[in-house]
Design a binder for this molecule. Structure first.
Ligand SMILES: NC(=O)c1ccc[n+]([C@@H]2O[C@H](COP(=O)([O-])OP(=O)(O)OC[C@H]3O[C@@H](n4cnc5c(N)ncnc54)[C@H](OP(=O)(O)O)[C@@H]3O)[C@@H](O)[C@H]2O)c1
Length: 272
């Protein structure tokens, strides 16, 4: 089993949802943490809670990962703090939901910036250091959405397909180096992912705590992919590998229409 104790893990998107669960679970397993997200106050509060509960060091780096310069700024701050990252958990992510052409453009572009550009930037900068040290690892949080086109979540699923392909290729490039790269593919997980919109989460969603623990167990076991949610999620990825892609798009479009995603609108920020 990979030992997390006394390592340093950087978790992006650690202020809530799955990222917060990864941070808490890593600390429970003895890892020191670097928490990254935009909400500095929330991160500082979480760092205080974790340090009170576990004997680990927790540093906070506030960064807007939709800014193209942010991965370099994060890497510079890590150097300034005198830290080495042993495990990079690229978890920060967002996605637009609803019909592509009638929903605002900006969240679509932000999801490309955060889910793809920042993930590539942080991986390039931090894994280069790991390679010099001959050890380290990366967990890229993709999604069960990575395996097929998803009408009404079109750009989101496409960003996750990028993460899947990128992670698999990098894992092969790094084979034999002592470094490991794993993609995690949660299905519906009970977080605030859809907050600010009228879309609602699948009532059968997994808890972020169970998804985080299963992901870390899978990485510790040396897996190259993790399906940390209920078994149904993984079975869905098989169907999409066997059927023609147009058929799959029709099925996923039908499922997302059933979930009401073709009629999604934004909630008033004052009430969400
Ligand atoms: N929930 C699901 O059903 C589900 C399923 C499969 C995969 N996932 C993936 O799991 C990951 C976590 O999602 P979640 O469900 O936990 O969502 P969430 O509750 O909305 O949390 C998203 C996290 O990303 C951070 N973030 C968003 N934009 C950012 C930016 N511009 N710069 C820095 N950080 C930013 C947020 O922090 P700030 O707002 O403080 O910046 C927050 O910590 C995502 O990659 C998502 O695609 C989720």
């Amino acid at each position: 089993m990979h030992a997390y104790a006394n390592t340093t893990a950087l978790v992006t998107g650690a202020s809530k949802g799955l990222g917060e669960a990864y941070a808490r679970e890593l600390a429970r397993r003895g890892a020191n943490l670097i928490l990254v997200a935009r909400s500095a106050d929330v991160l500082r509060d979480l760092a205080g809670q974790i340090q009170a509960a576990h004997h680990v060091r927790v540093d906070v780096i506030a960064a807007d990962l939709s800014d193209r310069h942010s991965p370099q700024a994060v890497a510079d701050e890590i150097k300034r703090l005198g830290l080495d990252v042993d495990l990079l958990v690229n978890n920060a992510g967002l996605g637009s939901v609803g019909p592509f052409l009638t929903r605002p453009l900006e969240p679509n572009l932000q999801s490309v910036d955060v889910n793809i550009t920042a993930l590539v930037g942080l991986t390039h900068l931090l894994v280069a250091d790991m390679l010099q040290r001959g050890q380290g690892g990366v967990i890229n949080v993709a999604s069960s959405a990575a395996f097929q086109p998803m009408p009404y979540q079109a750009s989101y699923a496409a960003t996750k397909a990028f993460v899947l392909s990128f992670t698999e290729a990098l894992a092969e490039e790094l084979r034999g180096t002592g470094l490991r790269v794993m993609a995690a593919h949660p299905g519906a997980t009970d977080t605030g992912f859809f907050s600010r919109t009228t879309a609602s989460m699948d009532p059968k969603a997994d808890t972020p705590e169970s998804v985080a623990a299963n992901t870390l167990d899978d990485f510790a076991r040396g897996r190259s992919a993790s399906y940390p949610g209920r078994a149904f999620n993984r079975a869905g990825t098989w169907a999409s590998r066997l059927l023609p892609r147009t058929t799959v798009a029709r099925i996923t479009g039908g499922l997302n229409r059933k979930a009401g995603f073709q009629d999604v609108s934004d909630l008033d920020p004052a009430t969400s």
